[in-house]
Design a binder for this molecule. Structure first.
Ligand code: CMC
Length: 429
């Protein structure tokens, strides 16, 4: 028998269908709720609202499970590459050798920036935050490709846009860095793979090729994979919401970059390292900072802790913590910030305030220390998150476009402002 949910309002009973996902997740379908009852559902922060059905990523925050297209994140991080993961997320299946080779070669083809686009770097302030430039340049791709702005794109055209985004985002990031340190741009090389090419553009100079250590390539590969998708998070929901108006993929993803920038989301990796530096500068007393985060009259938060969905542990954080220790050991790096991070984590895990609220280290807690060890400046950490999240944004935009049930996103509200009143002429106020 079809499961129904009953809701009683003003003495009248209404029935709504119950939907069950492939992992047995339950939802009440309230799409006809307002039409039938004239009420709306109020859900600040959308903590209880399912905005779509999606077949891309499954996560269970209670059990610490994360799977891309059904495959556990632990296996993907161990065995796959970022490019293969991007293919999996965007196209639904692991690629064959031929599919992977053609997908990877499209990145080589689209890695360079049009000469006109180089003017963006000249115009943007040298010390401006790189996320502002990334968001603008991603959106500006729409200006260079007017033929890709129509709402009814073919599969080939979507793949082309995906290749341009995934490939150019690396070049934009590396050139932003070069501009910030006053060095010449280093163009992409056709013979290098995705991560190596990025490191080459970042750290080679016109006189000296960057010496890529396998441990660095592998650590960055794992980090990008772990960031590649996370279902309906703030930036991905933003991409879907923008795309729901039939805005093009470049414009939608540009909005995703802006949403990701915030310190409660992808900007947290930058804030974690700044927080650890602040603790170090203050003499290393972690308890002072823990007490500040617990003070109800202070809105200070420990960055890198807590998650809307994960309530036991973040499986990405577990992998990243291990990768961080491995990288430091392999490269023989001693970073006092790592010692502070380890102490802070241990103290937080023992503290009732954090355990009662189920606040654990999240993906951003150790990732910044890896970026720092690689030589990426702190301000660029959220950009690295954006490169990683690109496949997820593209996959969700594509899924939304293909879903016949998709409608323009348009939440309701409860108005709590003034009741009707007359306009008062300026000389009588
Ligand atoms: N430090 C101290 N207290 C915290 C923290 C924190 N990091 N996070 C949440 N709380 C407290 C919060 O003050 C509230 O306490 P009370 O119930 O007494 O008012 C309670 O925990 C619940 O917090 P919330 O803000 O209602 O939780 P949320 O689900 O809306 O927010 C969050 C999730 C990730 C925004 C939040 O935990 C946070 O601000 N963390 C720090 C920033 C951070 O690390 N963000 C990266 C998230 S993972 C990457 C990504 O996918 O975006």
């Amino acid at each position: 028998m079809e499961e129904k949910a009953k809701i009683v309002l003003d003495g009248k009973t209404y029935e709504f269908p119950v939907e069950t996902g492939t992992e047995n997740e339950k939802a009440i379908d309230i799409s006809k709720f307002r039409a039938q009852t004239s009420y709306v559902m109020l859900d600040n922060g959308f903590g209880n609202t399912g905005a779509c059905k999606s077949a891309i990523t499954f996560l269970d925050g209670e059990k610490g499970i994360l799977r891309y297209r059904g495959i556990p994140i632990e296996q993907i991080a161990e065995k796959s590459t970022f490019v293969e993961t991007a293919y999996l997320l965007i196209n639904g299946q692991l690629p064959t050798d031929a599919q992977l080779a053609s997908f990877a070669s499209s990145f080589t083809e689209h890695a360079a920036l049009l000469p006109d686009m180089l003017n963006f770097f000249k115009a943007y302030p040298k010390d401006g935050h790189p996320m502002g430039l990334l968001s603008s340049m991603v959106c500006s791709l729409s200006g260079y490709h007017p033929e890709l702005l129509k709402p009814d794109l073919s599969e080939e055209e979507i793949q082309l846009m995906a290749a341009k985004l995934l490939s150019k985002v690396r070049t934009i990031t590396a050139y932003t860095y070069k501009k910030s340190i006053g060095e010449d741009f280093v163009p992409p090389r056709d013979d290098l793979k995705y991560i190596s090419n990025f490191l080459h553009m970042m750290f080679s100079t016109k006189d000296k090729e960057y010496d890529r250590h396998d441990a660095v390539v592998n650590a960055l590969e794992a980090l990008l994979i772990l960031h590649a998708d996370h279902e309906q998070n703030c930036s991905t929901s933003t991409v879907r919401l923008i795309g729901s108006s039939w805005a093009n993929l470049f414009a939608s993803v540009s909005g995703g970059v802006s949403a990701l920038w915030g310190p409660l989301h992808g900007g947290a990796n930058q804030k974690v390292v700044e927080m650890l530096e602040e603790i170090q500068a203050a003499g290393g007393d972690i308890h002072k900072f823990i007490e500040k985060a617990k003070d109800p009259d202070d809105n200070y938060r420990l960055m890198g802790f807590g998650h809307r969905v994960y309530k036991n542990f973040d499986p990405r954080a577990t992998i990243i913590k291990k990768r961080c220790h491995d990288l430091f050991e392999t490269l023989g790096i001693q970073d006092p910030l790592l010692d502070i991070a380890v102490k802070l984590e241990a103290a937080v895990l023992k503290d009732d305030y954090f355990s009662e609220r189920r606040l654990y280290p999240n993906v951003d807690f150790y990732s910044g220390l890896i970026y720092k060890a690689i030589g990426i400046p702190t301000k660029m950490f959220p950009v690295l998150f954006a490169i990683g999240r690109m496949p997820g944004w593209i996959a969700h935009w594509k899924e939304m476009k293909a879903d016949p049930r998709s409608r323009i996103g348009r939440p309701r509200q409860i108005y709590v402002g003034l009741n009707e009143r007359d306009y008062v002429p300026r000389d009588q106020r």
